[in-house]
Ligand binder design. Structure first.
Ligand code: ADP
Ligand code: MG
Length: 806
């Protein structure tokens, strides 16, 4: 009992300094779950342990009165992934020295802090970009540390574009679903040392080439500081921040991105998932970034379109796609090398990718594509990787199975010593058997090392050079000076191999790093080629056509790229818009295809400005500076927000930001309020857009009254969707034709849906009565063309330049 008590005493004495160490570290990382390395486990304590045991299903134990739950170190990725997905910040505390060498308590320190937005781990990341963002004065900076991307955007709207996993801010943002929002201390956003932080990061003495404003410097430095503090290093893979430039790219606001279902789709396929026929990870990520930032420059668009055309006509497009598909995720490999966190398989993947570059260049030359797209084959680096790393290395740098034979003479020598040991032992055993007898066996145990085993049955004399090492039930184990010498050499060789191989591995990584910029350049070219080849593939598979550009818009046989896949017999529709026909009012019954048609126009324009062919027989398009789409509010009982207010504020944004070079798509705007209010607003908005902004606009509406506008303004034009009526039913042909819907067919739709005959008839009666009653009794009617002319004249007199309506 006393002995046992003493044992316990000792145990808690041993543990207390360790718990002191833990408590110290935890106090510095109080906002994190601390994973504390103890032997083969990462342990959590106290509240962290209670939480981790609950969400990770770990067994809760106790150590010196502290609740404790641990995860095996080799399973870190799996558990880290879960913790990160739950939106936690995790500090990984590692042993900073070899425990067997430690004097007293093993030194431990946090090696990095992992958050949802700061992942480099291959097992946790998806193929998509994984961004952390910083927000300051309406500027957003996005960084993906796993690829090195760095983007600056100028509106909270851009959250939608890049869906960051994590946003740091000063406390001026409200929570957003699915994003880890972190309010950080003010000094992150301090402007005083912002410039210096950026200079340190990029090792430059002057920042003017980045063309950052003071506020941009603040947000850039905030995110860099956050990364330096959490990653405990300067991440060398991060590239210069790339500013969104309004004169180069179309700015899409968040409602347009979601209305057109560019990235996500509520219950169908998004444009991105539809177009995602890329064959490389880099291409896939590029496509996703491009879809939300179409080009503005005609020249640039046409360069892409010409390339797509070349690839469409090439007989060997599939060969190019095959080549590209074997190129690995170079961006992420370079990032892991820079971190450093590269594995032998990263080096193999890089080598295999470099080996494809000659072929890719060959393809580019033989297909007559301009030289700019040729990749740098990096022959020296490729050769280095070919001769330095085994074809199939082990996953463990230091076990002697990673660095290829012939690369390091010293390493080869040590390895031959090790492989000779087998023979030595064999010969040694023979020798001892001759001396003592055939029962003698030479063996190895990981705890005791090499030994000579003699069973208890042996009655002869034990030689004097034998030293007892271990006693077993049926035998005794000995060692000899000669055996100790062998053991020593093995140990020494293993240690040398570990050292030499690690050094060699690191020197190869250094070589890779020296070529980092060229590798990233190559990676962008591969991504670009992949995207263009994808456009070409889609063009072939889906029978798309190359668009041309002019000041007018003329689409013949246009289709909605995604709906046409869903409905078997899609009806193609065209459209013509020009200076004299800038504003289109599209009326038609419910379910006739209005929404589909107007989205199809927006998608065709957008795809063309990506440099892609488009779903049409012929497409002459105008290059739009902005594309806006708005959908009228639906009754939304689940949300307390007034959806009509949202609808109106979205319309207000359009009225403030659209130009005569924009495309505006309005779908049932005004629906969120009473008919008369809604119609009045729709009327006034239409007049303002068509007469003041002069943007190309298509307004789909069930307010047939809006078609009156065509009579008043020469540039307003009516389209409708053809309906065939015969005696007992109506047929929607989904065909867009000039004209106006004469009724809304809402009651017809009710009939199709199965509302009983008597009710349908009664509904027609009520509708008739209401229509006449509302006009007469409520005094509501719309102005005639003549009346509007009179008002216009009057207004013109009041203010020649500032023509305002109502
Ligand atoms: P609306 O906006 O007029 O109510 P939608 O555009 O939502 O109508 O279209 C309703 C449905 O009609 C679509 O889901 C689709 O199934 C079908 N549809 C729409 N346009 C076409 C078309 N051009 N060809 C074939 N089917 C179509
Ligand atoms: Mg609709």
């Amino acid at each position: 009992m006393e002995k046992w008590m003493k044992g316990c005493q000792q145990l808690s004495n041993d543990l207390t300094p360790m718990m002191v160490q833990y408590t110290n570290i935890k106090s510095q990382y109080s906002d994190c779950i601390v994973l504390f390395r103890l032997g083969d486990f990462y342990e959590t304590f106290d509240d962290d342990a209670r939480y981790a045991s609950k969400v990770l299903g770990l067994v809760l134990t106790h150590r010196s009165d502290h609740p404790m739950a641990g995860i095996p170190y080799h399973a870190l990725d799996i558990y880290l992934k879960k913790l990160v997905e739950l939106g936690n910040k995790i500090a990984i505390c590692d042993q900073m020295e070899d425990p067997s060498m430690a004097n007293g308590i093993v030194k431990r320190d946090v090696t990095r802090v992992v958050t949802p937005g700061t992942l480099i781990d291959d097992g946790i990341l998806t193929d998509a970009n994984n961004y952390i963002a910083a927000f300051y004065k309406n500027i957003l900076a996005f960084v993906d540390i796993s690829t090195g991307d760095f983007l600056i955007e100028y509106s909270m709207e851009s959250i939608e574009k890049y869906s960051p996993r994590h946003v740091i801010h000063q406390g001026d943002l409200s929570p957003i679903d699915g994003i880890f929002m972190e309010k950080v201390e003010d000094w992150y956003f301090d402007s005083k040392n912002a410039g210096q932080t950026i200079k340190d990061q990029f090792k430059v003495s002057d920042l003017s080439f980045l063309e950052l404003t003071k506020d941009e410097e603040v947000v850039v430095s905030a995110i860099l500081k956050y990364l330096q503090i959490t990653q405990k290093r300067i991440l060398k893979n991060i590239r210069y921040p790339l500013k969104f430039r309004k004169n180069e790219r179309v700015f899409l606001d968040s409602s347009t991105i979601s209305n057109l279902e560019l990235i996500d789709s509520k219950n169908g396929i998004s444009l991105y998932s539809y177009m995602k026929r890329t064959v490389t990870k880099m291409g896939q990520r590029l496509l996703k970034r491009e879809i939300v930032a179409p080009l503005l420059n005609k020249n640039e668009i046409e360069i892409r379109l010409d390339l797509v055309e070349k690839l469409v006509k090439s007989k060997s497009l599939n060969l190019l796609r095959d080549l590209l598909s074997n190129v690995q995720d170079i961006e992420r490999i370079v990032s892991r090398v820079a971190y450093p966190a590269a594995t032998p398989s990263d080096l193999v993947a890089l080598r295999e990718s470099l080996e494809l570059f000659d072929g890719i260049n060959g393809w580019i030359i033989s297909n007559g594509i301009f030289d700019d797209l040729k990749v740098d084959t990096l022959d020296d680096l490729r050769e280095l990787l070919e001769r330095s790393v085994f074809k199939e290395p082990s996953g463990n740098v230091g076990d002697g199975k990673v660095i290829a034979s012939g690369f390091s003479k010293e390493l080869d020598e040590e390895r031959s010593i090790l492989s000779d040991v087998g023979g030595y032992i064999q010969r040694y055993q023979e020798k001892e058997r001759k001396r003592i007898g055939n029962k003698v066996k030479v063996g190895y145990s990981s705890v005791f090392g090499y030994y000579i085993e003699i069973s208890n049955g042996y009655k002869g004399e034990i030689p004097s050079d034998y030293v007892r090492k271990q006693t077993l039930v049926n035998s005794e184990r000995y060692t000899t000076p000669e055996l100790s010498e062998i053991e020593h050499r093995v140990l020494h060789a293993s240690e040398r191999i570990k050292l030499l191989e690690t050094e060699a591995f690191e020197s190869i990584c250094q070589e890779i790093l020296k070529n980092k910029d060229v590798l990233i350049e190559n990676s962008s070219k591969v991504a670009f080629m992949d995207m263009i080849a994808t456009f070409a593939t889609i063009a072939i598979e889906e029978k798309y056509v190359k668009p041309v550009f002019s000041d007018e818009l003329k689409i013949i046989g246009g289709r909605h790229p995604i709906i046409e896949k869903r409905v078997g017999d899609f009806v193609a529709n065209g459209l013509e818009m020009n200076e004299k026909k800038k504003f289109i009012i599209l009326t038609g019954p419910n379910m006739s295809g209005k929404s589909t048609f107007i989205r199809q126009i927006a998608l065709i324009s957008l795809m063309a400005q990506l440099g892609s062919f488009v779903p049409a027989e012929e497409a002459t398009l105008k290059i739009f500076d902005r594309i806006f789409t708005r959908i009228g509010a639906r009754d939304d009982l689940s949300s307390n927000k007034s959806t009509f207010l949202v609808e109106m504020s979205e319309v207000a944004t359009i009225l403030h930001s659209a130009t005569q070079n924009s495309l505006i798509i309005l779908d049932e705007v005004g629906r969120g309020t009473s008919t008369f209010d809604g119609l009045s607003i729709a009327w006034a908005v239409s007049e303002y857009i068509s007469q003041k902004i002069k943007a190309f606009t298509i307004f789909a509406t069930h307010y047939n009254e809006l078609s009156e506008l065509e009579k008043i303004y020469p540039d307003i034009y009516n389209l409708t969707i053809e309906v065939v009526e015969n005696e007992d039913r109506v047929l929607f042909l989904h065909r867009v034709i000039p004209g106006t819907a004469d009724k809304s067919y809402g009651i017809e739709v009710a009939r199709i849906a199965g509302i009983p005959y008597g009710i349908v008839n009664r509904a027609y009666e009520v509708a008739d009565a209401l229509a006449s009653a509302s006009q007469i009794e409520r005094g509501v009617r719309f102005l005639t063309a003549g009346e509007v002319e009179a008002i216009k004249k009057k207004l013109k007199k009041i203010n020649e330049n500032q023509m305002k309506f109502f």
